[in-house]
Design a binder for this molecule. Structure first.
Ligand SMILES: Cc1cc2nc3c(=O)[nH]c(=O)nc-3n(C[C@H](O)[C@H](O)[C@H](O)COP(=O)(O)OP(=O)(O)OC[C@H]3O[C@@H](n4cnc5c(N)ncnc54)[C@H](O)[C@@H]3O)c2cc1C
Ligand SMILES: *[C@@H]1O[C@H](CO)[C@@H](O)[C@H](O)[C@H]1NC(C)=O
Ligand SMILES: *[C@@H]1O[C@H](CO)[C@@H](O)[C@H](O)[C@H]1NC(C)=O
Ligand SMILES: *[C@@H]1O[C@H](CO)[C@@H](O)[C@H](O)[C@H]1NC(C)=O
Ligand SMILES: *[C@@H]1O[C@H](CO)[C@@H](O)[C@H](O)[C@H]1NC(C)=O
Length: 556
């Protein structure tokens, strides 16, 4: 045992890092057991939690929802610090409880009775894949759908499509012959409604293509029961609460780690430490050229940062991580999800808080590339976006979620192109509307019909400005959250969580290195709660407890 205090360095001041720091400091800090610090590459704390403001409203650029309040540690903190109420309006998404308005390309508002059968089919398929359905007739036919995907490596994408095919073949009449609305055949419409739900699923999971999302892992994922809610005072209030117990200076901002030197078993002989001040096994290199030694590092960077870091040209680890680690890092999925906020202008003296509020809009687009019915001006990056809704009932701020390639495209487009693309799209969707008129490009005023006396009930829609997240290209994140990709499994998440050097079972270790040099936390290390803030929270707690246990602190 060293006579000096062991030094623990936590890399990353997001949910996982600050939870670990909070736990270690509260359990041991007061007893002065460790030397503790958090190094964060960015200029703020919170990581993928980033509460901000837009158009006078509080918004979330990253994490938004508490996914089920019962049993959620995030909800518990939010309640304790009274974060669930606010004077200021926030992104509470109460419009989600309104009946959605579903409009198909060409301007056809769909009767709910047309949408419902496909929505309920989709829900059944997802519930089944998540193991939530009890055995009945539907389940038997779904089992067939799952089986017909072939053995092994089934994706959610292929399972869903088999399910849709099975639904169609159970139908008596030939639906694709029926022209229902303009150029929409019944079958094309059903497929497009189905695709809209798939697109929502893409944003939930961050799998840009659902054919890369593993089917078997879906039933392992645990969602807390109870409501899903957002945090009135902002998600950042949770982060600030965790950080508030830490003394000033413990969290160092602007400290980007470029290399982690460590000592695997048998790699380097460890110098004897007779005076208790010997070398520590881990050495961190920072962007500014400075270094820092540590006995233990808790690494909380995103899976995207790890995927990049294990590349030869990045060389984040010296020596490189062992094969079992790099394999898990490579195989697991990590995608891009972005949020786009658009502020409506109060045009022509019309207050945005007009009697005609913007609906909870669900968008249905033609799927086939070949159809002549596709409106050529609707950009491809809008076609796989499922909804556009006010962030609360009467807000002038609207929100859309983007996943995959579309999310990346959003990052590279300039604001005007985005404004024009969204305007053209909803102008098409509202082209037959008796409630809304859309200024089809951002430079055009709302005029014409909208102002004439007989149409005074038309609400003019025009956007003033936008705000978008850019999680994909930000070098501190390189994406949004992780998922179990086809070819990987929950075991890989467990492997992600294993500390290094690996605890070896060999009876005669050559030159055993100090244990627990690199510990791994972060959402991608939690087998059943990955992709969430509470998953990140649990992982931080897990690694803090691992160290506390190692040093015989039983306060857990
Ligand atoms: C758009 C979006 C929406 C989301 N919605 C939800 C939601 O509704 N509900 C939910 O529960 N979750 C949601 N999430 C996921 C949630 O935000 C994350 O799971 C969680 O915040 C991850 O926390 P973490 O501590 O694991 O990682 P991070 O928050 O990524 O923390 C890691 C930290 O490490 C820092 N870092 C990176 N590289 C280095 C380096 N080289 N040196 C030093 N520091 C470095 C980063 O700056 C970051 O602060 C969403 C995420 C996104 C992007
Ligand atoms: C966090 O939000 C601020 C706006 O409040 C923005 O400037 C910054 O780029 C955001 N960070 C990330 C990583 O999205
Ligand atoms: C599953 O995927 C992995 C990796 O992509 C591959 O090696 C394996 O052969 C696949 N198994 C099946 C049954 O398709
Ligand atoms: C249907 O398609 C034809 C071309 O085949 C096109 O001219 C027409 O505008 C379309 N109608 C609608 C309602 O979109
Ligand atoms: C290590 O050895 C113990 C008994 O010697 C055994 O119970 C355990 O399963 C082994 N662990 C691994 C990972 O092989």
């Amino acid at each position: 045992m060293l006579t000096r205090k062991p030094r623990i360095v936590i890399i990353g001041a997001g949910m996982a890092g600050l939870t670990a720091a909070n736990k270690l400091y509260k359990s041991a800090g007061s007893k002065d057991l460790f030397e503790l610090c958090v190094v964060e590459g960015g200029t703020r704390i919170g990581g993928r939690i980033n509460t901000s403001e837009f158009g006078g409203d509080r918004i979330e650029i990253g994490a938004t929802w508490i996914h089920g309040i019962k049993g959620s540690p995030v909800h518990k903190i939010a309640r304790e610090i009274n974060s669930l109420e606010s004077e200021q309006p926030w992104e509470c998404m109460d419009s989600f409880s309104d009946e959605p308005v579903t409009i198909a390309e060409g301007g056809y508002e769909l009767n709910p009775s047309l949408v419902e059968p496909i929505s309920s089919l989709f829900k059944k398929l997802m519930d089944f894949s998540q193991g939530k359905l009890i055995e009945d007739e539907t389940v038997s036919s779904l089992k067939l759908a799952a089986k017909s995907c072939g053995p092994g490596n089934i994706s959610i994408g292929s399972f869903l499509r088999k399910g849709l095919d099975a639904y169609w073949s159970s139908m008596k009449h030939q639906r694709d012959q029926v022209k229902m609305l303009g150029n929409w055949s019944g079958k094309a419409l059903e497929e497009a409604i189905f695709a809209m739900h798939e697109n929502t699923q893409r944003t939930y999971t961050s799998a840009g293509d659902l054919h890369t999302l593993d089917y078997n892992a879906e039933s392992e994922y645990i969602l807390f029961p109870g409501e899903e809610i957002t945090i009135a005072k902002g998600y950042l209030s949770i982060i600030e609460s965790l950080a508030s117990v830490l003394p000033a200076g413990l969290v160092q901002l602007g400290r980007k780690v470029t290399k982690i030197e460590w000592q695997p078993d048998g790699h380097l002989p460890i110098a004897a430490v007779p005076n208790g001040h010997g070398t520590m096994p881990v050495k961190l290199h920072f962007l500014d050229g400075s270094t820092m030694s540590a006995d233990h590092v808790i690494l909380t960077v995103s899976l995207g940062v790890l995927k990049h870091g294990i590349r030869e040209d990045a060389g984040m680890f010296d020596p490189p991580l062992p094969g079992f680690k790099t394999e898990a890092i490579s195989k697991l999925g990590y995608g891009v999800v972005n949020k786009l906020f658009l502020q409506l202008s109060p045009t022509n003296g019309q207050e945005f808080k007009s009697s005609i509020k913007f609906p909870n809009l669900q968008m249905v687009f033609h799927q086939s590339d070949h159809t002549l019915s596709r409106h050529p001006d609707i950009p491809w990056w809008m076609r796989r976006t499922a909804s556009l809704s006010p962030i609360y009932s009467k807000s002038s701020v609207l929100l859309s979620w983007f996943a995959g390639e579309e999310a990346l495209e959003l990052e590279s487009l300039n604001d005007d192109d985005i404004l024009n693309g969204v305007s053209t799209t909803i102008s098409n969707l509202f082209s037959k509307s008796t409630h809304y008129h859309v200024a089809s490009d951002s430079n055009q005023p709302c005029n014409g019909d909208a102002n004439s006396a007989e149409n005074s009930n038309l609400r003019c829609i025009k956007f003033a400005k936008i705000l978008k997240s850019k999680w994909g290209n930000d070098p501190l994140f390189l994406g949004s959250y992780s998922y179990v990709a086809v070819g990987s499994s929950g075991d890989d998440m467990d492997t992600m969580a294993e500390p290094l050097p690996k605890i070896s079972n060999s009876s005669a270790p050559k030159s055993p290195s100090p244990p627990l040099q690199i510990l791994f936390a972060g959402e991608a290390t939690h087998r059943t709660h990955y992709s969430t803030t509470h998953g990140a929270y649990f992982s931080g707690l897990r690694e803090a407890n691992r160290l506390l246990q190692h040093y015989g602190c039983s306060d857990i």
